[in-house]
Ligand binder design. Structure first.
Ligand code: TK8
Length: 335
């Protein structure tokens, strides 16, 4: 009887707590600085805004996420360090620039790994992506969700690229990541690692001739103003990752952590669908802005794939064998 009473009371309490409005939960008033590299008027900016609204709703206005676009809080790498040190609460940025923190993140950068968005979603949101994200914790970062940056394409100011040999001698900005540097050097370009925040000026002044990013970014960052040629190559599917400072996150209540995670997951759904829509619109707009666009034929993509195949072996030999095998197993399940 006593047992029965106790569990009835417990159920009643659980039900009551679950039904309480956000105000009655353990939520403090907090300002969350959320940094990102692209402009407010980009898929990144729109999703940051959505995230803020969602968190506002869930927390009854207490958790206030303030977006800082255009790398005003620093480049991806600078922000990662600010999060680790506890000087900034949150950010979204490329997974590619995390390789200095957890080297295995480089696995996503292997060329021609994901065939489509469906594969990427399944692997990133599934046990593989979760497990890799969890490894950031021991380094002072909490990964919440992956957003889509997208399939990357090439732009340059010199000439149309119809085969990889056309990249010969082109100074091409890449992210600060050895796989990208090797990949484009293999194609004959002169790869220049550089923070995204410096890229527009570098293109404008001719410090570099080209770069590679999804069409959404090429459009929202106005690269069409300083780049004539766009080559659809889809050489890497690039994820973004929403990160929190572990120091800061550890200080949140269980209710706050739950709200943050739930709002982040809502932002993920919004961001992916928005990015996929924007991607189609961007193509039309880039054409209208006068970019000369060509798509690489399947045969050329196969040549490129063959050319950079050694990147996989190199990655495996360089300590990445396990993570690569795990990712390929996850991919096999989706295919
Ligand atoms: C924005 C970057 C960008 C990435 C790059 O901060 O650096 O080229 O694609 O989205 O994370």
């Amino acid at each position: 009887m006593r047992q029965f009473l106790l569990s009835t009371v417990a159920i009643a309490v659980v039900t009551l707590v679950g039904a309480l409005p956000a105000q009655a939960q353990d939520v403090k008033s907090r300002l969350i600085r959320f940094g990102y590299g692209l402009s407010e008027n980009s898929n990144q900016g729109r999703a940051a805004k959505f995230f803020a609204q969602e968190l506002d709703k869930q927390s009854g206005g207490k958790l206030r996420l303030k977006g800082f676009g255009d790398a005003t809080l620093g480049s991806d790498v600078q922000m990662q360090n600010a999060l680790i040190g506890g000087a900034q609460e949150m950010m979204v940025g490329s997974t590619a620039t995390l390789v200095g923190i957890v080297k295995d993140f480089g696995v996503y950068d292997l060329p021609f790994l994901f065939a489509n968005e469906k594969e990427a979603d399944a692997v990133l949101d599934g046990p593989f992506g979760e497990k890799l994200m969890a490894r950031l914790q021991e380094k002072g970062l909490v990964g919440l969700v992956y957003w889509e940056n997208g399939f990357r394409n090439l732009t340059n100011s010199k000439r149309p690229v119809t085969k990889y040999e056309d990249l010969s001698g082109i100074k091409l900005r890449v992210m600060q990541n050895p796989i990208y540097i090797d990949m484009f050097n293999q194609f004959g370009a002169n790869a220049v690692p550089m923070a995204f925040s410096e890229l527009f000026t570098a293109l404008e002044t001719g410090t570099v001739d080209g770069q590679e990013n999804p069409v959404t970014t090429i459009q929202s960052s106005k690269f069409y103003e300083v780049q004539k040629f766009l080559t659809i190559s889809r050489h890497v599917y690039s994820p973004w990752i929403v990160l929190a400072s572990k120091r800061w996150h550890d200080g949140l209540s269980a209710d706050e952590k739950k709200m943050l995670q739930s709002a982040a997951e809502a932002s993920r759904a919004f961001e992916r669908s928005d990015s996929r829509k924007a991607s189609i619109e961007s193509m039309t707009e880039l054409k209208a802005k006068g970019m000369q666009i060509n798509e690489l034929p399947a045969a050329e993509l196969q040549r490129m794939r063959d050319k950079v195949k050694p990147a996989y072996d190199k990655f495996a030999a360089d300590g990445g064998a396990q993570v690569l095998a795990d990712l390929q197993a996850a991919l096999a399940k989706v295919r």
